[in-house]
Design a protein around this ligand. Structure first.
Ligand code: OGA
Ligand code: MN
Length: 223
């Protein structure tokens, strides 16, 4: 892996302000944004190394649903995950980058983004995540989904694409390769999406911005 990663170092680091501008503009016009090389390359590499180390020990099979209704369902998804709490420098740098994105988007789009939760994900060969939405209107308070990909040199035959369904009758889709440093951001309620079976180990960080849905009668802290 290190050989492949070294090659990625040549990329020109994007200016964070212009990345945030692009994401805000894309969200305002079409509800989703795809940015290659979104975070500094050194950070993407550190996270790519960390996810591979941690997946050997700290991951558990992902479940569906929340709290009491949560269950592992291998027909729906077969990824293993580990929540990110800021334990390493790379995790803290990622979360700091996310806070900057949050501030920029709230300033530009008045989304009222409040908290953020994210986990590393590992899809072993053959793993997938069937078509789903990350939030249901009026019920959940996840408003914005982010996925950062951590796979150097992902080829056209490696599978594992993210498919975003842009309209209800399934016709128009966007397909994304989970390449190192690519970030996708989309409105959580707006786009059903799926992960096609990966042909090799596929690593990413999936995250969600939430609005604060607390009210006097019902406290709603993040996770
Ligand atoms: C998810 C998800 C997409 C991806 O974790 O909810 O849809 O490309 N992930 O990993
Ligand atoms: Mn999802």
């Amino acid at each position: 892996m290190s050989e492949l990663l070294v090659r990625e170092r040549g990329a020109v680091p994007p200016d964070a302000g212009s990345v945030f501008e692009r994401i805000a503009e894309d969200l305002a016009t079409r509800g989703f944004s795809v940015i290659d090389g979104a975070v500094p390359t050194a950070l993407a590499i550190s996270l790519a190394i960390e996810v591979r180390e941690r997946s050997a020990t700290a991951f558990h099979w992902a479940s569906i649903g929340r709290e009491q209704t949560q269950m592992v369902n291998g027909f729906v998804r077969r990824d293993a995950i580990c929540w990110i709490e800021g334990e390493s420098e790379a995790e803290r740098d990622w979360l700091a980058w996310i806070v900057q994105l949050k501030t920029a988007l709230n300033r530009r789009l008045y989304l009222g983004l409040f908290s953020f939760e994210c986990h590393f994900a590992h899809y072993p060969p053959g793993a997938f995540y069937k078509r789903h939405v990350d939030a249901f209107r009026g019920e959940a308070n996840r408003v914005l989904t982010t996925v950062l990909y951590l796979n150097p040199a992902w080829g056209p035959d490696d599978g594992g694409e993210l498919v975003l369904h842009l309209d209800a009758d399934n016709e128009e889709t966007v397909r994304l390769r989970p390449t190192l440093g690519t970030l996708v951001v989309f409105l959580s309620e707006a786009f059903p999406h799926e992960v096609l079976p990966a042909q090799r180990d596929r690593y990413s960080i999936a995250g969600w911005f939430r609005v604060n849905a607390s009210c006097a009668a019902r406290a709603d802290p993040p996770r």
